[in-house]
Design a protein around this ligand. Sequence first.
Ligand code: K1U
Ligand code: ZN
Length: 176
Amino acid sequence: MNDMTKRSILIHPDPRLKKVCDPVSDITPELQRLADDMLETMYDAPGIGLAAPQVGVMQRLIVMDCIKEEGAAPEPMVLINPAVTWSSDDVNVYEEGCLSIPEQFGEVERPAEVRVSWLDRDGKAQEREFDGLWATCVQHEIDHLNGKLFIDYLKPMRRQMITRKMQKLKREQARA
Ligand code: K1U
Ligand code: ZN
């Protein structure tokens, strides 16, 4: 990887977090640079995933590394145009967070296992199954590419409460 730059993460509510992103048509050095910057931004946050719209780029690109154990080797992944090709009937419930909705959490039920196809950082086609936290994370990130946030799975009252807290946070950040 080359020099990496931390990018700013958009905070909900922001219209860019509600839009469907465009497929990537060419894997250019600029796109590879974006992927590297997103990994740097994700590790710095810290987080286990990040989607391009969270840094204001409306393209179908996500990064992930769900290795949480201290001292374990990192497993950075770049997924371009990811698509779920199979989902299990059995489900998992995980208390999710989001770097665009800081310090708010909510239980989300999703398929426990998914098969995903994508292009890697070099444009090579890949397909594999994910389970555990990796499965939760890849679905959360693909949702971002479709303008969907984890709070959209919560009850309307809870979603509204979180949105109001985020509006207040953004007002405070704008004043600082
Ligand atoms: O997409 C994002 O906003 C990143 C998000 C991914 C995610 C978290 C939980 C369930 C599904 C997807 C985060 O990384 S939030 C931060 C987080 O979960 C975390 C941070 C440090 C250590 C371990 C986890
Ligand atoms: Zn998120």
